[in-house]
Design a protein around this ligand. Structure first.
Ligand SMILES: Cc1ncc(COP(=O)(O)O)c(C=O)c1O
Length: 394
């Protein structure tokens, strides 16, 4: 089947869109001090795609809609088999169907893990710049502990093991949230990197939660290795989801994998009831979604190559690297030598393009670095970068 990714869907105005991303420019601009927003603003922030999900999933959800009873629901064995089948097929990662714990979204999953496996006032470590997990940690009375990664000067980030070991060796720091693939740097950590991290954490009794929700979106020359497969399941929890892969984030279906028997004991208290739509969507995605995800990856590869070439030609001072996984570009505008306010005003105000500023990721370069999600039709991504390039042309 040929899948369609070029169609522009008006998620700002469509009656059923309810899109957080397309209705958030005012909030984002306000937080950056921009008062005037263009009506034709293009939103490339938020890791959410502007493509319809796989037609196979839509077909299955239509059948469920026709069925017409949407009562309290429990996860059937077919769901567990579908999740296991997907990861065995696509990532050569085997775990038991009984290791799957459903949560209504990854933030809820991580926040519950923080509450369950750490104590108040303990520290949770993050490799920054990192996707924004503050709300999963601080409102629960735990500390957010930052370990900065090393930038080679061209936006390629690696782990500072010395700094990580220093943080792990402090008794009060008891958990590491690993973001793998790493958002926003786009790194897919290697077998060796994952094992060095796991060795340090285990030596100091620090529990690892590996957030792998972007793991299905990969460049064609990349391979993703789940951390649990690379390092074993001891003192390690993995978060997986259809949310990003199939553009199903609104159904909030996250599967946490816990195989370590010692961790399972505490996990017995985890209990949430998914909607029948969420259950059906997961079964459908993980049994019928392979071809769509393969086609999506090809389209995203081309989107990324197109925009990288455009940046090279038309925004030559912007620093950016091809992400190994995910669909985001982390763009550093600092070589333009402009003030933070001016960079923000040119992108969000004059060009009318909404990105995510570095502030969201604890990126110490703050408003000079901005993340663009290229999970939209190519023409829209190009238009956004054409507008930005016009504002930065000298
Ligand atoms: C790395 C990462 N983890 C978690 C989330 C949030 O996931 P969910 O919508 O399942 O809560 C995001 C959303 O962008 C993300 O990028």
């Amino acid at each position: 089947m040929k899948y369609e990714f070029d169609e522009i869907i008006d998620r700002r105005n469509d009656p059923y869109s309810f899109s957080f991303k397309w209705q958030s420019p005012a909030y984002i601009c306000d937080s950056l001090g921009i008062k005037e927003i263009r009506d034709d603003t293009i939103c490339l922030e938020t890791a959410d795609m502007d493509f319809k999900t796989a037609p196979e999933i839509i077909e299955d959800l239509k059948k469920l809609t026709e069925y017409g009873i949407f009562g309290y629901s429990r996860i059937p064995e077919t769901y567990r088999q579908a999740v296991c089948g997907w990861y065995e097929r696509r990532q050569n990662w085997k775990f038991s169907p009984d290791d799957i714990y459903y949560f209504p979204g990854t933030h809820n999953a991580i926040a519950e893990c923080v509450k369950c496996y750490t104590k108040p006032d303990e520290g949770v470590i993050f490799l920054t710049p990192c996707y924004g997990y503050h709300n999963d940690v601080e409102p629960n009375g735990r500390k957010y502990v930052e370990v900065r990664m090393i930038n080679d000067g061209n936006e390629y980030f690696t782990i500072d093991y010395e700094a990580l070991e220093k943080a792990c060796s402090q008794k009060e720091n008891t958990m590491l949230i690993m973001c793998h693939p790493h958002n926003p740097t786009g790194r897919i950590f290697t077998h060796e990197e994952l094992n060095r991290v796991a060795d340090i954490c285990r030596k100091h009794n620090v529990l690892i939660v590996s957030d792998e929700v972007h793991s299905d979106i990969l460049r064609k020359d990349q391979k993703f290795e789940p951390m649990m497969k690379a390092c074993g399941s001891e003192k390690l929890i993995a978060c997986t989801a259809v949310n990003k892969t199939f553009n199903l984030a609104g159904l909030a279906m996250t599967n946490v994998i816990i195989s370590d028997p010692d961790l399972k004991m505490d996990a017995a208290g985890f209990y949430s009831m998914p909607s029948p739509f969420g259950i059906e969507a997961v079964i459908s995605a993980y049994t019928r979604g392979d071809a769509w995800v393969d086609a999506l990856n090809e389209y995203l590869d081309d989107n990324i190559d197109t925009i990288l070439q455009f940046i090279k030609d038309k925004l030559p001072k912007a620093k950016v690297i091809k992400p190994e996984g995910g669909y985001s570009l982390n763009v550093d505008f600092s070589d333009y030598g402009l003030s933070d306010e001016e960079v923000v005003n040119r992108i969000y105000g004059k060009a009318g393009v909404i990105l995510n500023s570095g502030l969201f990721f604890d990126d110490w370069r703050g408003k000079q670095v901005h993340r663009a999600c290229l999970s939209s039709p190519r023409s829209l991504c190009l238009e956004a970068f054409e507008r930005i390039a016009k504002e930065f042309a000298e």
